[in-house]
Design a protein. Sequence first.
Length: 135
Amino acid sequence: MTTLAAVHLPPLLTLPVAALVVVWALWYWTRLGRSDTPRSRRWVRRASILVVLAGMPALVRGTSFVDPRIAPRAYAEAWTVAIAALFLLVVVAVLDAGNSVRMHVRARATLMREELLRPQRRASSGSSPAGEDES
C-alpha cells in the first residue's frame, strides 16, 4: 500500500492499535464502576481515560495522516494536541499517585488506631490475648 504523503506510520498500523486502545479504555471505564473501587480512585482514573480518548485522534492524525512537508501547520497542531494530552496524562497520573498515598495513609492510620485500641478492649472485657495461658 502506498500513502499519499510521507507519513511516519501507515494508517493500517495506527488505526487498529488506536481502536484497541479505545476498546481497552472503555472496558476499563466500566470496570471502574464496580462498587469495590473507591470513589476518588474512580474519578481520577476515569479522568485519565478521558485524556487518553481525547488525545488519541491527534496522535493518529499526526503519525499517519498529516505530512509535515505538505501541511506543516496541521502537523504541528496535531502533535501539539498529542503532546498536551500526554502532559495532562502525566499530571493526572501524579494526582492518582497522590490519591493512592492519601488512601494508604488513611488506611494505615485506621489500622494503627485499631491496634492501639485492641489491648484496651481486652482489658475492659476481661479476656486474655490469644495464645496466652491463664494458669
